[in-house]
Design a protein around this ligand. Structure first.
Ligand SMILES: [Zn+2]
Ligand SMILES: [Zn+2]
Ligand SMILES: [Zn+2]
Length: 387
């Protein structure tokens, strides 16, 4: 696809065929120093996860910026209403700019986000009922999804609903289609595997149920081609494979600001205590979580020895690709699709995880270097893989 490749060159990157993967990859068009931001990018689509929203993790409905103050965030996650957080000047949450959709009561961090959402998809998705309506077709779709996909969440059907609604509202649909199609090419078999992974063992019947509910909610001439059995399966595979996880929280922003400004060394022990309390009460679920589709960042291939990282420096859905090593002009940019824990495991474990979840055999520099390692996993790793 020729979509906007030319403009990318001006930003210091371009999308080209990758020798490592036989697919496409993201390459530098100039050198970067370690710590440099290579690109910043707004997603084509983003959406908070359905359970995350249902459990009261409060984020802007468009950009996922936290809507709670850091202190409210801490009080909710520790279930302790008496905690007082010092240094309120490090709290970025500005409630005076928050704005509610007058028809369905979803909240935005700013009038800009409300307008963006309305003009892109919310005019179609706004359910016209204050407080929600369980009989609304979109609500039925969301509920069906939640029953199929319990936490920890990796995707949401509401991301797919935003894509369909955007097709209904957009005038230049071909350009949008071109952007979506350029995200990833899969064979029908690969799409089945990804959709299966997302929907579990009852995948055929669940896929049909979701498709039926999607037709009831968003079936229009503009969305016809995405709501055929094959079109719908491709779209499910697209969000399952390309969705980049996003996590934001008001408290983590506060922590970052306090440490950046080196304000008060005594806050370190307070922060440790709060994290312990939050873990005790809320486990791993500390962030507003969701996923997003990025046109450029999604071209970045995986390496077990990455030279860049994806981060969310503005506490919203804007991704920044940051160099974690010095990069030469023309070098391929790699991120890690694995979290720190899996990344630290053996070659065999890493490759097994990537094959199962991303359908490719990793042939990165580190995997090549470790090629003589025995194809064994320790008991510890086996038990983690069984989770
Ligand atoms: Zn926002
Ligand atoms: Zn609304
Ligand atoms: Zn590798």
């Amino acid at each position: 696809m020729a979509c906007s490749k030319e403009t990318l060159i001006n930003h210091g990157v371009k999308i080209c065929p990758s020798p490592q993967t036989q697919g496409r990859g993201l390459f530098t068009t100039r050198s970067f120093k370690i710590g440099d931001t290579i690109i910043e990018e707004q997603p084509l689509f983003s959406c908070q996860f359905s359970w995350n929203y249902a459990y009261g993790y409060s984020a802007c409905d468009f950009c996922m910026r936290p809507l709670e103050t850091a202190e409210e965030n801490v009080r909710r996650l520790t279930a302790n209403a008496d905690i007082i957080l010092p240094h309120p000047e490090c709290d970025e949450t500005d409630k005076s700019s928050h704005i509610i959709c007058s028809q369905c009561a979803v909240t935005y961090c700013s009038i800009e986000c409300k307008d963006h959402a309305w003009n892109q998809y919310h005019k179609t998705l706004c359910c016209n009922m204050l407080g929600g309506n369980p009989n609304h077709p979109l609500e039925k779709l969301n509920e069906a999804w939640k029953k199929m996909h319990y936490p920890p969440e990796t995707s949401t059907i509401m991301l797919l609903a935003r894509i369909l609604a955007t097709f209904i509202q957009r005038i230049d649909r071909e350009e949008l289609k071109c952007q979506l199609m350029s995200l990833c090419h899969h064979t029908a078999n690969e799409e089945d595997t990804i959709a299966h992974k997302l929907l579990g063992s009852e995948f055929e019947s669940q896929l049909e149920l979701l498709r039926d509910l999607s037709i009831k909610a968003l079936g229009r001439p503009e969305t016809d081609e995405f709501l055929t059995p094959q079109g719908f399966r491709s779209l499910i595979a697209l969000i399952g494979r390309n969705g980049q996880g996003i996590g934001t929280s008001a408290f983590s922003v506060w922590v970052r600001k306090v440490s950046e400004n080196d304000i008060d060394p005594t806050t370190d022990s307070l922060i440790d205590t709060i994290y312990q309390e939050m873990e005790k009460e809320s486990g791993d679920f500390l962030n507003n979580e969701g996923s997003a589709l990025f046109a450029v960042q999604s071209a970045c291939n995986h390496s077990c020895e990455p030279n860049s990282i994806s981060s969310f420096p503005f506490s919203n859905h804007t991704v920044a690709l940051v160099a974690s090593k010095d990069l030469q002009e023309g070098e391929e940019i790699f991120i890690s699709y694995l979290d720190e824990c899996v990344l630290s495991r053996s070659r065999h474990s890493r490759r097994k995880f990537l094959e199962e979840n991303y359908l490719f055999h990793c042939n990165c520099s580190r995997c090549q270097l470790e090629v003589d390692e025995p194809d064994m996993t320790s008991d510890d790793e086996e038990s983690m893989e069984d989770d």
